[in-house]
Design a protein around this ligand. Structure first.
Ligand code: CA
Length: 285
């Protein structure tokens, strides 16, 4: 099955950004349960979303698409500040999934992960996530510095953070696909948020675990350096396939233009102070 994809370059009054989304069902799964969203906001900002429908549950593809659509609708209409906006949007998506499941017994238990980024005109970036879909940043001109911006809300992710499992062993762990947080579950929704500044030339990557479970971070970093954003996305999907393609693969590659982004001069304060400006958790339900 060919990739589903879209590429876009935007350069109005806003800093120029380029982005590409690419999704493939992989080599094993019978359908693609991932969903994604690219949204250009009226104020010049952008929202990007990747959702991974829960494998093994009924309606995983419905849950992920509902979540992406619902987040898009919320953010299009919202005037809230980015952290609140993403949280409210994800909470609304969770309600949509629970309501749809309640009205159709066949869909009971469907769920999805979500990772979402709000990118402001000034290069301010807010990352929200639930589950094990990831956001990464490759800093411009520093190829070895691929940063994972999200902690996996998964059983093995927690074991690694607690120091009881090595990152290497986690890759082969039989329960590596078990997520501890998701939308659509009968438990309180907990969204993790992080805010950071970006610099011109930085690249952001959102992906489902069909990429991150198959392709090591150093290989992801190497591919993300490929000059053309569209080509980088293609090569990431190809790499996941070459490693086995055992799950659906979705990637979004976003590049902040070299004439855009937030500068130290404009914002005041040193870069270190701004990189991890805030990290909060919101709990619902
Ligand atoms: Ca998956």
């Amino acid at each position: 099955m060919p990739d589903q994809r879209r590429s876009y370059t935007r350069s109005l009054m806003a800093p120029r950004i380029e982005y590409t989304s690419c999704s493939n069902q992989g080599l094993v799964r019978k359908r693609n349960e991932d969903a994604w969203l690219e949204l250009a906001l009226e104020d010049g900002g952008h929202v990007f979303v990747v959702c991974d429908g829960m494998g093994g549950h009924a309606g995983g593809n419905i849950a992920s698409q509902l979540a992406a659509d619902s987040i898009g609708e919320w953010c299009s209409a919202s005037t809230e500040e980015p952290e609140k906006q993403l949280c409210s949007a994800i909470e609304a998506a969770n309600r949509s999934i629970l309501e749809r499941a309640a009205s159709n017994p066949e869909l009971h238990g469907m769920g999805t992960t979500v990772v979402a980024i709000h990118l402001g005109l000034d290069g301010a970036c807010t990352v929200a996530h639930v589950g094990d879909s990831r956001a990464y940043r490759l800093r411009h001109g520093r190829p070895s510095q691929l940063e994972q911006l999200t902690d996996d809300h998964s059983l093995v992710g927690r074991f690694v953070r607690e120091g009881t499992l090595s990152a290497e062993d986690a890759e082969m762990h039989p329960y590596r696909n078990m997520v501890e947080r998701a939308l659509g579950l009968d438990q309180p929704l907990e969204v993790e948020l992080r805010s950071l500044a970006t610099d011109p030339g930085d690249r952001l990557l959102l992906c489902s675990d069909g990429l991150s479970s198959e392709v090591p971070d150093d290989e992801i970093a190497q591919i993300l350096e490929v000059e053309d954003v569209d080509e980088a996305a293609t090569q990431l999907v190809d790499a996941a396939m070459a490693h086995g393609g055992r799950d659906n693969i979705t990637v979004q590659v976003i590049e902040l233009g070299l004439n855009g982004g937030q500068s130290d001069k404009a914002t005041g304060g040193g870069r270190l102070a701004r990189l991890w400006a805030s990290r909060k958790r919101f709990r619902f339900g």
